[in-house]
Design a protein around this ligand. Structure first.
Ligand SMILES: [Zn+2]
Length: 362
């Protein structure tokens, strides 16, 4: 945000974005409970008039001072939520969320303090912050399981560790992105790229233990499928680095890229079903859980892309139950269902022992 925007100086602004920023700066300085006194308003108005008569150097100095004052107020958490239509362009994402947005806050401290305030991102932050802590604890417990519960402890802990790493990276990039999204255009751009890359990491990490156990006795196709999902995942990460990818117009494309990456699992699934038969696939192959996971992820992606339910109730889902929040919850649920399926596959491998039958994949 430019200093003039932070100052709340509505004069000398030519473009809309700066004007919006000015309104925000002015509005954001008001705290929720304590309205600014009229005398203070008067003082600011006369300060603005005085500002006009200054030399450029003095104006710059004055601007810096007021920028500092503005940032200081942000640190103290003195801001209030604002409507969508006064957001600067880079913060405008979903116009069905009419009110309750954080203003631009060029201070990481203010952004992190906003985790404990109620606004459009509160649900997005907490769903993945709690999800991240949950998978972190689960991962630690799993990694410390006694080695005698595995047939190949080292390998198995590495492949299940890949799933936990993917899940933890995805969820932590996500809650961090939603926390600092309102910091500034540059910061939001960098973190949105991390957020999208995190989804690719989760998908790639989920494939690793699933392919390992499903093709335990056929290492060659297992290896080929792993290479393919890694190449596709890296391609998704590469496309996420383009600036256009994060824009609201590409919402559907984004959902499509990640659903497509997840659906690349259809090929190994069919391979498994053909080689092992439908019955084995749905019992020991855990296809039911995988199917449920796919339903959860795809439902989440559809809600996200179509912005359901807020498109039917604009302004009614500003804080709770908007599409992005539901999508976050479905991602955590999908990852947990996948983990459950992988645990069942692991258990089967343990019961069956390390040996392989003549021509079985599993
Ligand atoms: Zn998100």
């Amino acid at each position: 945000m430019s200093p003039s925007a932070a100052l709340g100086n509505t004069e000398h602004t030519s473009d809309n974005q700066t004007q919006n920023g000015s309104v925000l700066g002015r509005r954001a300085m008001h705290s929720e409970g304590e309205q600014r006194e009229e005398g203070e308003e008067e003082e600011e108005r006369s300060a603005d008039e005085g500002f006009m008569g200054m030399t450029p150097l003095l104006q710059a100095h004055h601007a810096m001072e007021r920028m500092e004052e503005f940032v200081h107020k942000m640190w103290e958490g003195r801001w209030r939520v604002i409507p969508h239509d006064v957001l600067p362009d880079w913060l405008k994402d979903n116009d069905y969320l009419v009110h309750g947005h954080r203003p631009p806050m060029p201070s990481f401290r203010a952004c992190f303090k906003s985790i404990f305030r109620i606004h459009t991102e509160t649900g997005n932050i907490w769903t993945h912050l709690l999800g991240c802590l949950f998978f972190l604890c689960l991962g630690i417990v799993y990694m410390f399981r006694p080695n005698m519960s595995f047939v190949a402890p080292f390998q198995e802990k590495i492949v299940i560790g890949a799933f936990f790493l993917g899940a933890i990276l995805c969820l932590s990039f996500s809650w961090l992105f939603h926390t600092v999204y309102c910091h500034s255009e540059g910061v939001s751009r960098v973190f949105s790229k991390l957020d999208y890359s995190g989804i690719a990491f989760l998908i790639m990490g989920s494939f690793v233990p699933w392919l390992y156990y499903s093709f335990y006795c056929s290492p060659q196709p297992c290896f080929i499928y792993l290479i393919v999902v890694c190449v596709l995942g890296l391609a998704a990460i590469t496309v996420s680095q383009c600036d256009f990818f994060a824009t609201p117009q590409y919402r559907g494309v984004r959902a499509g890229v990640f659903v497509g990456l997840g659906l690349s699992g259809v090929v190994p699934t069919l391979h498994f079903m053909i080689s092992e038969g439908f019955l084995k696939a749905t019992t020991i192959g855990q296809m039911g859980w995988l199917f449920l996971m796919a339903v959860l992820y795809i439902t989440g992606a559809c809600l996200y892309a179509a912005r359901i339910p807020e498109r039917f109730f604009p302004g009614k889902c500003d804080i709770w139950f908007h599409s992005h929040q539901l999508f976050h919850i479905l991602v955590v649920a999908g990852a947990f269902v996948h983990f459950h399926g992988v645990c069942n596959l692991q258990e089967f491998r343990y019961m069956a022992g390390a040996g392989c039958a003549e021509d079985g994949a599993l």
